[in-house]
Design a protein around this ligand. Structure first.
Ligand SMILES: Nc1nc(=O)c2c([nH]1)NC[C@@H]1CN(c3ccc(C(=O)N[C@@H](CCC(=O)O)C(=O)O)cc3)C=[N+]21
Length: 295
């Protein structure tokens, strides 16, 4: 049997529709237009693509979108001054600095400087700590999207064996916290883990977030398991053709074993942007002292 495909296109469109409805409510009932500021330093072509799609989707959801572009050789102080300006701007409810930053810039200092109330990436240590403590927090978009996708297959993740492969601050660690909030039993694997294939075969839920193309093989998957592929690995096309996007999972093999699986492209990546809109609405509500929205 081949796996059910968890379709990021459909699910992210549903999330965006809910965000748009919430934005309409905020405008009519409270006169608030949620605003997202995206800061892009340098001109990495992949980042350009993401930033463009963020801008488009923010506007389509009825929110205000502010783009700030700085040259790759911008001094750290100038970037910090922009963050301070955005922190103080009442029209801005969410601030995202596209990562990674060009060499020579200190991204930790930048992330630290973002007002935690506007940190829609959920990377500020205040938000990471609040999430780990079970307090209200803005949570990183990719883990949030990954959980939403898993929950389209399993209404409850309670008691399930979840394996998170990867321990980054952006994905692995916050994903672990969100899974614990869902009452899953969580194992974290990383580059030093012994016998990853055997560990993987015990997992009902596999989240692959390592950044290595097609590392997770089909025979690592427990039959019927749900596989969420967080990897986006850009690989040059054959014979000078277009670049290909590959996930961290060997999709063709894994889909013959898994019960449900996300594709790349068309999976978690689309959810990341949709969840950024969710976080911007959540931030706007919290900043204005309104209850947590239904998105
Ligand atoms: N501060 C920060 N926050 C981020 O959330 C962040 C970041 N920096 N830097 C880069 C990564 C990457 N990322 C993606 C967003 C959308 C897709 C996406 O839409 N992917 C589509 C198509 C992608 C394509 O065709 O190139 C898909 O998977 O189907 C992927 C990846 C957000 N990131």
């Amino acid at each position: 049997m081949t796996a059910r495909i968890i379709d990021g296109k459909t699910i992210s469109a549903e999330v965006r529709a809910r965000v748009a409805a919430e934005v309409t409510r905020l405008k009519t009932d409270h006169g608030i237009t949620p605003g997202l500021a995206v800061v892009l330093v340098g001109n990495d072509p992949a980042s350009e693509v993401y930033v463009r799609s963020k801008h488009k989707q923010t506007q389509e959801a009825g929110m205000a979108s502010f783009e700030h572009r700085l040259p790759a050789d911008v001094p750290q102080a100038e970037l910090m001054a922009l963050i301070a300006k955005l922190n103080a701007d009442p029209a801005v409810h969410g601030i995202l600095v596209q990562l990674p930053l060009p060499k020579g810039l200190d991204s930790n200092a930048v992330i630290d400087a973002i007002d935690p109330a506007k940190d829609v990436d959920g990377l500020n240590p205040t938000n990471a700590g609040r999430l780990a403590s079970g307090l209200f927090a803005l949570t990183p978009c990719t883990p949030l999207g990954s959980i939403i996708m898993a929950k389209t297959v399993h209404a409850s993740l309670e008691g399930m064996n979840a394996l998170v492969i990867g321990r980054s601050n952006l994905v692995g660690k916050p994903l672990v916290q969100l899974l614990l909030n869902e009452n899953a039993t969580v194992t974290i694997a990383h580059s030093r883990t012994r016998d990853l294939p055997a560990l993987c075969r015990q997992a009902d839920l596999v989240f692959a977030a390592v950044g290595k193309a097609e590392m997770v093989k089909g025979d690592w998957i427990k039959p019927g398991a749900t596989v969420i592929d967080v990897g986006i690995n850009r690989t040059p096309g054959k014979d000078g053709g277009k670049d290909k996007l590959l996930g961290d999972v060997a999709f063709a093999e894994a889909k013959e074993v898994a019960g449900a699986i996300t594709p790349v492209p068309g999976g978690v990546g689309l959810m990341t942007v949709a969840c950024l809109l969710v976080n911007t609405v959540r931030a706007a509500c919290a900043i204005h002292g309104l209850p947590k929205p239904a998105v």
